[in-house]
Design a protein around this ligand. Structure first.
Ligand code: SAM
Length: 262
């Protein structure tokens, strides 16, 4: 059992059933599973007669699972670190848009999320089990206070979001120290070109870097020229506000104003 690869295996089949229900897995669906481990989810997906490509980093688990499921024609195991794939490579797993269903190792959830955000036009849905705290951040709105931040805004840019259900540590072997939850994400169309969206999200990241400072302080630090250009308007409109009090549409409005002025 490897700690560094976040190996906590699900042992309660009813949570697997709930996940498949949330993901609405159907016959002939194309699924990418990340971290199949001992295969509890993989087998359930194959029972639904879906096509499953499963990327596992651990060579031992990969070998064991390949052997166990060698008779399954709809199963393609891959021994690889999923984070090593470029978005283009991830897209090419299937010729058409596909679903992601996975119980993710906790340490890769956030970097993987940002990759999936980029390729969301090629996905039908994402249904993943993650640390509950991360699930809450992904699904947070401006009213959620502490949980609301860059991850929430990036998730809202890219997806309709739902925190489907929680899972206690006792559902895993060995049990993790924290609760888990399943999030279900449905991709939204891009409202700006990919490069501009990346700039927008980096800009948001900058505004949240110093959470305790006001939005105006952060704007002055991140985009000094834009701040100077629009100083009097910004001071009137955003007096005393912090980044965490702005909704996505308010961030977009502000981004449109300051545009490319750095
Ligand atoms: N799906 C199984 C289950 O539900 O019981 C295992 C889930 S376990 C939380 C995470 C799995 O992801 C482990 O099998 C681990 O080896 C694998 N893993 C960890 N990091 C990975 C990575 N970067 N790429 C692919 N698989 C990874």
């Amino acid at each position: 059992m490897s700690k560094k690869w976040g190996q906590h295996f699900l042992i309660e089949p009813n949570y697997v059933d709930q996940m498949l229900h949330v993901a609405q897995v159907d016959e002939d669906d194309c699924i990418l599973e990340i971290g199949p481990g001992q295969g509890i989810l993989t087998e359930a997906l194959l029972q639904k007669k879906s096509q499953v490509t499963a990327v596992e980093i651990d060579p031992k688990l990969y070998q064991q699972l390949s052997k166990k499921l060698s008779q399954q024609k709809k199963f393609t195991p891959v021994n690889q670190d999923v984070l090593q794939y470029t978005p283009q490579e991830l897209i090419s797993f299937y010729p058409e848009p596909y679903k992601i269903v996975a119980n993710l190792p906790y340490n890769i959830a956030t970097p993987l999320f940002f990759k999936l955000l980029e390729l969301r036009e090629h996905l039908l849905s994402i249904t993943v089990m993650v640390q509950k705290e991360v699930a809450e951040r992904i699904c947070a709105t401006v009213d959620s206070r502490k949980a609301y931040g860059v991850l929430s805004i990036a998730a809202e840019v890219g997806f309709e979001r739902k925190l489907a259900f929680s899972i206690p540590p006792s559902a895993f072997a060995p049990p993790p120290k924290v609760d888990s939850a399943v999030v279900h994400l449905l991709p939204k169309a891009k409202v700006m070109p990919a490069e501009k969206e990346a700039v927008f999200l980096r800009w948001i990241q900058g505004l949240f870097n110093q959470r305790r400072k006001t939005l105006l302080n952060n704007l002055q630090r991140c985009t000094p020229l834009a701040f100077q250009t629009h100083k009097s308007y910004l001071e009137k409109r955003y007096a005393k506000q912090r980044a965490e009090t702005l909704t996505l549409s308010e961030f977009m409005e502000l981004f449109a104003l300051i545009g490319d002025v750095k």
